[in-house]
Ligand binder design. Structure first.
Ligand code: 5AD
Ligand code: SF4
Length: 440
């Protein structure tokens, strides 16, 4: 028997990359690879890269530079670049960094075994095509081993929205939805392996429109309702969404589908109509607020999350105050906020940029407000009893850590048998990023 080869994958960026890394590891499993956490032991190192924010490509080149020593010590080590930087840079990576053996774009992971064989033979391997077929289908069935209670499942990829700041439509291509039958099969297989909570992923997941097993067009709500019928699948979530794709039946599902958890990440980016228009978001601040009202009418206890960009080209003090005012009106439970950074090839990168100190000052003010809202949302949980899905042991002996229905981390003294199960927990204390509770 030959020794298994070892694979080390470093994952950057979003949850879709986390899912892709899992699937890449499984694909290379067929070529005799087993995962390792130690890059120095690896026969293959894959960087699964992200291109969403500042100097992404430069960071990858410097990370590759740091791998030089490992490659010198082990000439058989193969180094690959996957993900959105691979897609955006393509052959340039092979030109600029000769130690790279393999470059694979996010739509070509099913070809990894071939590409790996080519790299092993000493040639350079490159694939950044956008093939027509469902790459996940081409990757085949997933391994049968038991796994943790939560999983990601990509249902949709790409984006047709072309927000003026964003590279995703260029790196991930046009919106493609996987057929519902494949998603249902994959979900059943995950549940058979111990999964109780699935987060459906897509760059623009609520734009999901896939072909159903009945041949009809299924939106995300229909897909969620069918998934919810799977015995043992207790919780569903989805991320990330665009306000304009929040269809009526999806809002309704938040009210009447108990498996759909009361948490929604619905980025608005700015509270100024002028900036929203310049960003090509195609809705106003008021339309977003009315949408939030409708979602809250369907599910009053929903915890809202979002993304904000400050310092977009042309943003005035008044525009920024509109963002602050929208945040005060909504009251978020948790948010991500960023300084605008120009992405080459996107429309907004062509415009005059705001001074760095203006961006920094606005970001600090926005984050202070968002942090205060997050703390208030955490504090509001004290005294309430919520479902917690236990995922792992806590730092203290006898403790387990899990996630509440609202996606907050909760520490509880609980027997190990509860691992992978959901139990009601009374929240007794709150910190900014975690809660403490007692079994109810
Ligand atoms: N600059 C700053 N933030 C950005 N995002 C996307 N592109 C940029 C950019 N050029 C943020 C958006 C998006 C999140 C994933 O990243 O807020 O929702
Ligand atoms: Fe990027 Fe999201 Fe806009 Fe699509 S909807 S272009 S992924 S920010």
């Amino acid at each position: 028997m030959t020794q298994p080869k070892k694979l080390y994958i470093k994952t950057y960026g979003c949850q879709m990359n986390v899912y892709d890394s899992e699937r890449m590891a499984e694909a290379l499993g067929a070529s005799g690879y087993v995962p390792t956490d130690a890059p120095e032991d690896a026969d293959m190192i894959l960087l699964n890269t992200c291109h969403i924010r500042e100097k992404a490509a430069e960071k990858v080149y410097s990370e590759l530079g740091r791998l030089k020593g490992l490659k010198a010590g082990n000439p058989d080590l193969k180094i690959g670049v996957a993900g959105c930087v691979a897609q955006a840079e393509g052959e340039e990576i092979l030109r600029r960094q000769p130690l790279v053996d393999l470059v694979v774009g996010p739509q070509s992971y099913h070809r990894l075994p071939e590409l790996e064989a080519r790299a092993r033979s000493g040639a350079k391997a490159l694939d950044t095509d956008f093939p027509e077929e469902d790459k996940f289908d081409r990757l085949g069935a997933r391994p049968k081993a038991q796994r943790g209670p939560t999983a990601f499942l990509t249902v949709q990829e790409g984006c047709d929205k072309f927000c003026a700041f964003c590279v995703v439509p260029y790196t991930r291509g046009a919106e493609v939805s996987r057929p519902a039958a494949r998603i249902l099969d994959e979900a059943r297989a995950l549940v058979d392996r111990g999964v109780a909570e699935i987060t459906l992923l897509g760059q623009n997941v609520n734009a999901y429109h896939g072909v159903g097993p009945d041949g009809a067009d299924w939106g995300l709500a229909r897909l969620i309702r069918e998934l919810a019928r799977i015995e043992g699948l207790e919780r569903l979530r989805y991320t990330t969404s665009h306000p304009n794709d929040m269809e009526d039946d999806l809002i309704a599902a938040h009210g009447d589908c108990p498996e759909l958890m009361p948490y929604l990440h619905l980025p608005v980016q700015s509270g100024s109509d002028r900036i929203l228009k310049a960003m090509n978001r195609k809705h106003t601040a008021e339309e977003y607020l009315r949408l939030i009202d409708r979602i809250r009418a369907a599910r009053p206890d929903i915890l809202l999350s979002g993304d904000f960009i400050v310092g977009f080209p042309g943003e005035t003090d008044a525009d920024f105050e509109d963002t602050m005012s929208l945040v005060r009106t909504v009251g978020y439970g948790q948010c991500y906020s960023f300084k605008y950074s120009p992405r080459p090839g996107t429309p907004a990168a062509e415009h005059d940029q705001l001074p760095e100190d203006v961006k920094s000052e606005r970001l600090a003010r926005l984050q202070a407000l968002l942090n205060a809202q997050q703390e208030a949302a955490q504090q509001a949980m004290v005294g309430r009893t919520v479902g917690v899905l236990f995922e792992k042991p806590g730092r203290m002996p006898g403790q387990l850590v899990g996630k509440s229905d609202h996606l907050q981390a909760v520490h509880v003294n609980a027997p190990a048998e509860l691992m992978g199960r959901i139990a009601p927990v009374r929240i007794v204390k709150a910190a900014p990023n975690s809660l403490g509770g007692e079994l109810a």
